[in-house]
Design a protein around this ligand. Structure first.
Ligand SMILES: *Cc1c(COP(=O)(O)O)cnc(C)c1O
Length: 360
């Protein structure tokens, strides 16, 4: 068996160590004679798995007791509607920053519930740079300010945390959570679909300041009320137990790697190398403003897009998988999340240089 290098944007690669441990305990979890997948979510075994995962995430991110950590379903996309449903708190508008496809989807969904003010946008520069703090036209009476720290498809990333004063800051951290240290206290709510940097698809992590809970819009379905989930420790109904367990293994793995600070060093090195290989070649290009280049998702184009297909075929033969760019933008995209080792990036750069020699 050979594991190839996987540059998938999501569901993304998981650490080998995590998959091996899951494999080892799949049939018989800790001598209990059954799989973790086959246990009641209310069993003391699963509850301890769940609590340990939450505590490890709290340790990794420095999440204080002012915040609830929820393990939900429905993906980040469901959060696009849960956020306005829960955080409007009687107000009728929310501020959003538009930096690309995921921002736009969040904006579209929020517009069903309130007036959305787009207080900053990358539209003018073709989504190649984020608006500066000074350019944001923030509203003091907004229910919250929503932004997308890393646009997974465009490869555009904020190099600062927007300051929103007393207005709670909400971040879609799906593709960049745990990639580096972050001051959680600056946020009202953070959410992330697990399948990029946390674990398998099917789990969504929400970190929310407890004082913001308890204000869901009238008529909201029970499952859309954060407080219901917070009060039940995310076990109001059957949670995604296997995803929660695997996320817990990833959190342990991250701790073993030295936590998010150590990951940040590796991630920055991986990204720097790859962008530098792109920049020093006339064959590859990435259009993003240098300060806003994503550490996690690196889109690039070939000088001649007629070579795209051949590039992808030969990359696959070389054991480099899932480099095709998102269907909406074309070109290539290398997603280099925490679980993608530096050796994978080195192998990709080698391949790119060889391909260029043959075809430039
Ligand atoms: C992948 C992604 C989403 C969508 O996540 P789902 O879990 O598929 O709903 C939303 N926002 C960002 C930034 C993403 O990367």
């Amino acid at each position: 068996m050979t594991r190839k290098y996987n540059f998938s944007a999501g569901p993304a690669g998981l650490p080998d160590e995590v998959l091996l441990q899951a494999q080892e305990e799949l049939l018989d979890w800790h001598g209990k004679g059954l799989s973790i997948m086959e246990m009641s979510h209310r069993s003391k075994e699963f509850v301890s798995v769940a609590e340990t995962a939450e505590q490890d995430l709290r340790d990794l991110m420095g999440i204080s007791s002012d915040y609830k950590v929820l393990f939900l379903q429905g993906g980040a996309t469901t959060q696009f509607s849960m956020i306005p449903m829960n955080l409007l708190r009687g107000k009728n508008s929310a501020d959003y920053i538009n930096t690309g496809i995921w921002s736009k989807k969040a904006i579209k969904e929020a517009s069903r519930f309130c007036d959305v003010n787009v207080v900053g946008s990358s539209e003018e520069n073709g989504f190649t740079a984020v608006p500066t703090q000074d350019a944001l036209q923030l509203n003091a009476d907004a229910a919250y300010l929503h932004y997308t720290p890393n646009e997974t498809i465009g490869g555009l990333e904020f190099d600062y945390v927007p300051q929103s004063g007393d207005v709670p800051l909400v971040a879609d951290l799906s593709s960049t959570i745990l990639s580096r240290p972050l001051d959680v206290d600056q946020f009202g709510l953070i959410y992330a679909g697990a399948q990029k940097n946390i674990g398998p698809a099917g789990l969504t992590v929400v970190i929310v300041r407890a004082d913001l809970l308890g204000n869901v819009v009238a008529g909201a379905p029970t499952m859309f009320d954060y407080k219901v989930h917070a009060d039940a420790d995310s076990m109001s109904n059957t949670p995604p137990t296997f995803g929660w367990y695997l996320a817990g293994l990833v959190f342990k793995w991250l701790k073993d790697q030295g936590g998010v600070k150590a990951m940040a060093e590796i991630n920055q090195r991986k990204a720097d190398k790859l962008y530098s290989a792109i920049d020093t070649s006339d064959f590859y290009a990435n259009p993003m403003a240098v300060a806003n280049r994503s550490w996690m998702n690196v889109p690039f184009t070939l000088a001649d897009d007629a070579l795209d297909k051949l590039f992808l075929e030969q990359a696959e033969e070389a054991g480099l998988l899932n480099l095709k760019g998102h269907r909406s933008v074309g070109g290539m995209r290398a997603s280099i999340y925490n679980a993608v080792p530096e050796a994978a990036v080195d192998a990709l750069i080698d391949f790119m240089q060889q391909f260029e020699k043959q075809h430039a």
